[in-house]
Design a protein around this ligand. Structure first.
Ligand SMILES: [Zn+2]
Length: 259
């Protein structure tokens, strides 16, 4: 949306801000089509700044950017639609929002992918953070993996292709491949190999999560083990593409607190 040749207004998610020199702040935004946009908030570090109170991430609003000679536009004005204060209310909510925002900031994707991620992030941020924040994050991550083409085939043995029937399935330590008991015995017999066992139920949960609207994530009733599995899987698969998101997510992979 354009108001003058140099002023452009975007509906966006405020992802992060950081100091820029001694007076200004850098605001990092995520817009539905363009993905990450950066803007310089002049004097936002100074006492009495009019912009500063609006620059607390995460937030959703309308941001007007003035393009000049500098490659980074100036943030001319902000109208917040939602301050999303609930996501800053406790440690778990802050962590969950931090993972989602790190995913957005790390994306380098075409417009269509940006639009899907914008909607997914809006669904998460507009859900009630105090209800089931970790379940909501798990659904967010599984659907993010789906959009990026990093999900699928977990219901079948990666070697012989048959659907899993046993309660426990052998997994590579990085959770990238899953092997049925028959293939495992044929390959390794009694040799000691580095492998972990995962519940088949957890693998089945992935396909359910891929189809569950984020607002309904609380209904999936995931326990700490299931959440830990999903977070570990997301860490393994996003490691190359979204390292900052993985760093934010790692502390949650070990038996996340369900409080
Ligand atoms: Zn097999």
């Amino acid at each position: 949306m354009s108001r003058s040749p140099n002023l452009h207004t975007y509906d966006a998610i405020l992802v992060r801000t950081s100091p820029w020199g001694e007076r200004d702040r850098l605001a990092v935004l995520f817009e539905a089509n363009r993905g990450i946009l950066r803007a310089r908030a002049i004097s936002a570090l100074e006492p009495g700044s009019k912009l500063a109170p609006y620059l607390v991430a995460p937030a959703i609003g309308r941001f007007t950017l003035a393009r000049g000679r500098s490659p980074i536009p100036v943030l001319a004005s902000v109208e917040l639609a939602d301050r999303l204060a609930g996501w800053r209310a406790d440690g778990i909510s802050i962590r969950v929002a931090g993972v989602a925002l790190a995913v957005l900031e790390g994306l380098d994707a075409p417009e269509e992918t940006n639009r899907l991620f914008f909607q997914l992030a809006m669904d998460l941020l507009l859900s009630n953070p105090s209800a089931h924040p970790l379940s909501a994050l798990a659904v967010f991550l599984v659907q993010a993996l789906g959009i990026l083409g990093l999900l699928g085939g977990e219901a079948n043995c990666s070697l012989c292709g048959t659907a899993f029937t046993a309660d426990r399935v052998a997994a590579a330590p990085d959770l990238r491949t899953f092997i049925c008991a028959e293939c495992f015995n044929r390959l390794y017999g009694k040799a000691e190999v580095s492998v972990i066992l995962v519940n088949r139920e957890h693998l089945e949960l992935l396909s359910l999560m891929a189809l569950t609207p984020l607002a309904d994530s609380g209904r999936l009733e995931m326990d700490g083990d299931a959440l830990s599995f999903v977070f570990s899987l997301a860490c393994a698969r996003l490691d190359n593409t979204l390292p900052a998101a993985v760093s934010a997510l790692l502390p949650l992979t070990a038996a996340p607190c369900l409080a």
